[in-house]
Write a protein that binds this ligand. Structure first.
Ligand SMILES: C[S@@+](CC[C@H](N)C(=O)[O-])C[C@H]1O[C@@H](n2cnc3c(N)ncnc32)[C@H](O)[C@@H]1O
Length: 84
């Protein structure tokens, strides 16, 4: 899954748990400070079970190509089988 503009992670932990052990969440934000806040959130005791989040500092307009594809697949129900 791609949590684009994740901020401090209001939805990221929910997404990670929904993705499950076989899934992965890319948490992307343009502001490094937001990712630092998310990192602090993930360091809390109650989130120690979450291991499937990868934080990336990037602009939505200049995503690594793999994430661009993820966005497209995520937004296209017909292609859900291709979700990574
Ligand atoms: C209103 S906050 C939402 C945060 C979180 N998703 C939530 O629902 O609480 C929008 C976030 O999008 C990020 N953002 C804005 N423009 C962006 C861009 N072009 N690329 C990546 N992130 C961006 C901001 O840094 C901010 O953290």
């Amino acid at each position: 899954m791609l949590d684009l503009g994740c901020g401090s992670g209001a939805f990221t932990t929910f997404a990670a748990r929904a993705a499950g052990e076989q899934g992965k969440v890319y948490a992307v934000d343009i502001q490094p400070m937001m990712l630092q806040q998310l990192e602090s959130k993930l360091a809390r005791t109650e989130h120690q079970d979450i291991t499937n989040i990868e934080l990336k500092q990037a602009s939505a307009y200049n995503l690594p190509s793999k994430m661009g594809l993820l966005t497209w697949y995520t937004w296209s129900p017909c292609f859900k089988k291709y979700l990574i």
